[in-house]
Design a protein around this ligand. Structure first.
Ligand SMILES: [Zn+2]
Length: 176
């Protein structure tokens, strides 16, 4: 497998591992303000999505969409952010972040400026209550990630879930 000596995602998990196969891993990002923040990380070192072949791109995005669907099921967020930046760590990884209109940075990206103080104080107790509630839901969400990925993503070299079964699973999760 391609690795780079100076790359933290080649030499560390990048979070608490919830699922791993030969191709990718899904990790809890361990961000205090965003307890549902999850990452999908390519195991081998590649910098850009177009360094992957078609099957790999498809498999990686299927993983991202599965996490998105599970966040909808468990948290009913106001929006889900999918982000692939890599400016700090140029190793392909996707951020999947459940967002709420009263969260710390909304409507900015979570890496952007926090909300203006003028908007903030009234919402703070509400935001703290909601975050505490989300933290209670996280263990079931993580368990669902592990189970859903184990059911759909083979541990062998086959990187892409069978398409029909995958779409049915997504549908079931988003309808449920
Ligand atoms: Zn790397």
């Amino acid at each position: 497998m391609t690795t780079r000596t100076d790359c933290p995602l080649c030499h560390g998990d990048g979070g608490t591992v919830l699922f791993r196969n030969a191709f990718l891993r899904v990790v809890d990002a361990q961000e205090a303000d965003y307890p549902a923040f999850t990452r999908v990380i390519l195991n081998r070192h590649a910098q850009e999505m177009t360094d992957l072949n078609q099957a790999e791109r498809s498999g990686l995005m299927s993983a991202v969409y599965l996490v998105e669907a599970l966040q909808r099921r468990h948290f009913q967020p106001d929006k889900i952010n999918l982000a692939q930046l890599g400016n700090m760590v140029p190793h392909v990884h996707w951020h999947i972040i459940a967002r709420f209109t009263d969260d710390k940075h909304f409507p900015n990206p979570i890496w952007g400026a926090p909300r203006a103080a003028a908007d903030g104080p009234d919402d703070e107790p509400e935001a703290a209550r909601r975050n505490a509630h989300i933290r209670q839901l996280v263990p079931a969400y993580h368990q669902d990630i592990t189970q859903s990925f184990s059911a759909l993503f083979d541990d062998t070299a086959d990187t892409v879930p069978e398409q029909t079964r995958f779409e049915q699973t997504l549908q079931r999760i988003t309808d449920g």
